[in-house]
Design a protein around this ligand. Structure first.
Ligand SMILES: Cc1cc2nc3c(=O)[nH]c(=O)nc-3n(C[C@H](O)[C@H](O)[C@H](O)COP(=O)(O)OP(=O)(O)OC[C@H]3O[C@@H](n4cnc5c(N)ncnc54)[C@H](O)[C@@H]3O)c2cc1C
Length: 175
């Protein structure tokens, strides 16, 4: 779920709140838990700050540097901490394929392989990794999101790289 979708969901909940007659929806508590130091890590710090403030204005508590270790029927567990909750929305994304574990290569928290700037494997220039399996940064050092356009552009880039190499041309970094 993207932050804009999350905002829409929260707004919808706030709208729905008017329909409850027997309970006071203001007593409900919405906590957004993020493992990293800020939400929207693939966007700028400014965007992340705006989103945090917008969520807080809606009454959402934004917790950063907290990792969910277990989701149970009664709520969520963050290491030693337990939060009782009857509704849990998981929006933490997906991890890269387990096949990445079989390579003795550096990976990030979501198991994506950290590739060279030309998308090849460190020490193995004849192997490339693209799309959701690759951890690639933009020019500001932020990770590229796991989206179809990124995967498609990387696929095209790798094909171009192979064509260039056949012609004896040097490699370029992926942008
Ligand atoms: C629910 C959901 C919604 C999404 N919505 C959007 C969206 O709206 N817009 C957007 O841009 N992106 C969206 N994405 C992300 C997008 O689908 C991915 O970023 C994109 O498909 C990545 O392309 P890929 O080629 O790296 O991987 P994939 O498209 O996942 O292709 C990998 C393929 O490899 C196969 N495979 C896996 N393991 C092996 C193996 N060991 N041997 C052989 N084959 C294997 C898989 O079966 C799969 O067919 C969404 C993803 C999900 C999960």
């Amino acid at each position: 779920m993207t932050i804009s979708e999350l905002l829409k969901t929260i707004n919808a909940c706030i709208e729905l709140a008017k329909d409850f007659k027997r309970i006071d929806p203001k007593l409900s508590r919405i906590i957004l838990i993020e493992a990293g130091p800020r939400i929207l890590p693939s966007f700028s710090k400014k965007m992340s700050g705006h989103a945090t403030r917008d969520l807080e204005k809606l009454g959402v508590e934004v917790w950063v540097n907290k990792r969910v270790t277990c989701v149970a029927e009664t709520g969520v567990v963050l290491g030693e901490e337990r939060i009782l909750a009857s509704t849990v929305i998981w929006a933490a994304g997906i991890a890269a394929s387990g096949i990445n574990n079989s390579f003795n290569l550096e990976r990030n928290l979501t198991n994506r392989i950290i590739v060279e700037s030309d998308l090849s494997l460190k020490g193995f220039p004849e192997f490339f990794v693209a799309g959701d399996q690759a951890r690639v940064s933009d020019k500001n050092g932020n990770p590229l999101p796991g989206l179809a356009p990124v995967a498609q552009q990387q696929g095209q880039f790798i094909a171009e790289t192979i064509k260039r190499e056949i012609k004896g041309k040097s490699r370029k970094p992926f942008q």
